[in-house]
Unconditional design. Sequence first.
Lengths: 250, 135
Amino acid sequence: MNPFVQRQSPRGWVLPISVLALLIGMMGSMAFLSEGAKKKSETQSPDVGRGEFGAQDVDLAKEVVGLREEVSKLREDKTKLETKLAETGNATKEINDSLQETKIFASLTPLKGEGLIVTLTDSKKPSDDMILDSGLIHYLDVLKAVNELFNAGAEAIAVNGIRVGPRTDFRCVGTTILVSTQKIAPPIVIQAIGETKLLLGAMNMPGGILTELRDVDSEMVKVEAAKQLSLPAYDGSTKFKVGEVPEVKE
Amino acid sequence: MILIPILAMIVGLILGALVSAQVPLEWAPYMSVAVLAGLDSICGGSRSYLEGKFNQDIFVSGFLFNILIAVFFVWLGVGIGLNLMLAAALVFGMRIFTNLSLIRRLFLSKWAEKKRRTESMDSGNSGDMESVPEA
């Protein structure tokens, strides 16, 4: 017989163990409930993590109003110029054509033609199956897609109806993506005018820029050919504050 | 007798669900590891009883101390950027497994002993001692 064994009353163990078992049961229940609430809050706010800085930091309203006014002024100038050109006869037709070409190149005119529509959507899969926020569309995905489309020969691109021009930038503000100064949110529809086959090839290229999104969830990316697209003109700022055209010495 | 703590735990689970009290989300890992530590102590206590070594003071102090150490481990892990919760969960998980397997073996031994005694008593009554089977 072990001399160190203490004598125990037959029922002495039941009360403490039962009381603490009751306590642990309650704590277990609370842990379950808390974990459930945590998962619920994660699925209800899938956009958390997209923001690099808060929307409140950027006040864009004044800038947008200024840009709209500038666009109206530009359009009026354009009409006046065209009228004058028409009045002066055929001699200036060549200059007018050249001007229109430049404006087309600078995305300052609406454009139509065949092309491609790429739609990027946030994944609807539960966030538990994702690594961090891989199921969300980020501004970098849009930027990469636009870059790849230009690389594949796209002549004009519009993102959610906003024409991509020489000074268009893409960035992230809170849960939305900014195209220059205008906020957009998924689904992101990228329309590109260009040779459909080439554009399709670039978008469906194995290991291409959309592969990562397709690997996460194939539903996040939709690419479809379009026979006739109609894109609006670039309505961003065209003002130069610093740069000047150097004088040509004769 | 062993059913009473099990029933108490089930009652606790139901009570917790009925009250539906939630700890703040940032405390959830501490709560989980504390539950694991508590379960380990209860398993250890039950085992001690079956071994005939149960001591209430050791049991209660072990219960509280285990929980505190586990919570401290998680807190330390958060502080130094190392997931020490896994370490605590692993150790407590292993101890729970060991304790439960020992409890099972003790129960089986007791049951076998009881059976042997009953059979030996029956044999004693009939006067045939050599036919007692080994447990």
